[in-house]
Each structure stands twice: as structure tokens, then as C-alpha cells.
Write a protein that binds this ligand. Sequence first.
Ligand code: AMP
Ligand code: ZN
Length: 141
Amino acid sequence: MTDCLFCGIVEGSVPSQTVASDERTVAFMDINPATPGHALVVPRAHSADLLDIDAGDLAATSVASQRLARRMKEELGADGVNLINACGEVAFQTVFHFHIHVVPRYRGDPLKLPWVPTEGDPDEIAATAAKLRDAGGGDDG
Ligand code: AMP
Ligand code: ZN
């Protein structure tokens, strides 16, 4: 049992649309997508933020974000990607388990940063997750 939301997602006790995973990282869809396909990459091991994370986990989450960005281009037709990390409350961090936002960008999309989180449609998020999910993507509970 954990009281960290993203540890719960890593363990599977909190439902998520997981799209990729490896030995050190898990990637899943953000429930308040800034654009269609917005996902988060987290280390399996808990760390609070950028100042706290182990260097190996930081490298692994960065490489996993690059892999996901490539899939967003290939599978979702993204024209670009923003990688965003919020470190500390003053920088808009709201979940204190390190995560990299991988936000696909589409030419002409209306997103202005920082965005105001708005709940996404679960069916649309699930359909986009199915396109992004790779063979090692894990379950979709
Ligand atoms: P941050 O403000 O950088 O800490 O971002 C936290 C992100 O986690 C926000 O974009 C939220 O929409 C997202 N989020 C919160 N709860 C969940 C959840 N249960 N599953 C997926 N994403 C979540
Ligand atoms: Zn955690």
C-alpha cells in the first residue's frame, strides 16, 4: 500500500491507460490531456521530483520519453512534442512522484503553455492509448 498516486499506478492498484513500460519506467496517459495523446513517464522507484531522482532513473525516464515522442509522431501524426517537468509547487508540480509530461503537438493546435488541466473523455483517451501502446505496454486496466 502506498499513499503516492503514481506509485499506485506503477503497482497497478490505481487504474491507468499504460502505454509503455520497461525495467525502470512506466508511461501512461494523463487524465487531463493538454492535447490528444498527452502522456506521463515515471520511474518505477519513487522519487519526489527532479532534485530527488536518482541519475539512472532520470536517464531512463528521458530515454523512455524520447521513445514515446517517436511513437507520437509515427502513430498519432504529431508534428512536434513538448517535454515538460514541473519541479516544486511554485513550478506547478501537483503530484510529488517525478514525471515527465510528453505532450504531442499538432500544427495549429490551440495549446498555450502552461495549460489549464481539463478532464479528458475516457473513451477518447483509451482509443489514443491503443494507438500508442507498444508490445511492452502492459495492461490497460
Ligand atoms: P504536475 O502538475 O506536473 O505535477 O502534473 C501532474 C499531472 O498528473 C497532471 O497533468 C494531472 O492531470 C495528472 N494526473 C493526476 N491524476 C492522474 C491519474 N490518476 N492518472 C493519470 N494522470 C493523472
Ligand atoms: Zn511515488
